[in-house]
Ligand binder design. Structure first.
Ligand code: DX5
Ligand code: ZN
Length: 211
């Protein structure tokens, strides 16, 4: 279970990180938006480095960026454990994945709900994680794309057929109901933003997501 910090109270970052660790989060999902690949802007390596010093939880940076390759080294230096780029990015995606691995980070690849899964196929032999977007990237609090479980099931089958070892993660509109559907379809990791972060009892919601 991976909370997205997008809905966290950044005025109390330490308190939020402690709360997420206490409620049973397994890793933290950091949404990095560049104001170009998506209309929204969030934060970069500087804040990731501060988060790194505030929590022992593994960090996965989800780069919603047009030019992620320019910043991979900076995110690795900030201490994140995984870096996920988008297959729609304007860069040599294979080379960027190789660079993420060479920097000692887990290699993640994501795609928008509207992008054909076939676009991922050339890269599946060099990723550690596939992140299925179940909302159009850019904002928290959007509603879940009902097509996501089918895409997760397709990836699970593809992984079994090819002997892949990558994890399947899903991001966007995850709650107890949509999370259960994704788990059933084969998701290994559920990313949850607003539904989890706005809850009074985050531990109870974390337990629900873990099933
Ligand atoms: C969307 C982000 C997601 C999002 C999840 O662009 O990648 O991580 O913040 O938030 P919820 O769970 O609110 O959809
Ligand atoms: Zn995300």
């Amino acid at each position: 279970m991976a909370p997205s910090l997008l809905s966290a109270d950044f005025a109390d970052l330490k308190g939020e990180l402690d709360s997420l660790q206490a409620c049973g989060a397994d890793l933290l999902h950091l949404d990095i938006m560049d104001g170009h690949f998506v209309p929204n802007l969030t934060f970069g390596p500087f804040i990731c480095e501060a988060i790194r010093r505030l929590t022992p939880l593994p960090l996965d940076a989800h780069l919603m960026m047009t030019h992620p390759h320019r910043y991979l080294e900076a995110f690795a230096k900030a201490g994140v454990d995984g870096i996920t780029i988008h297959v729609e990015a304007t860069c040599d995606v294979g080379a960027a994945l190789d660079q993420i691995g060479a920097l000692g980070c887990q290699r993640g690849l994501s795609l928008r709900p509207a992008t054909d899964l076939g676009e991922m196929v050339p890269f599946l032999d060099r990723v550690d994680l596939v992140l299925v977007m179940s909302v159009p990237p850019g904002f928290g609090g959007q509603s879940f794309d009902e097509g996501a479980p089918e895409r997760i099931a397709w990836l699970k089958q593809r992984r079994a057929e090819t002997g892949g070892r990558w994890l399947i993660s899903v991001d966007g509109g995850i709650n107890d109901v949509t999370g259960a559907a994704c788990r059933q379809a084969g998701a290994d990791i559920l990313v949850s933003g607003s539904w989890l972060m706005k809850a009074k009892d985050r531990a109870a919601r974390t337990a629900l997501l873990k099933g």
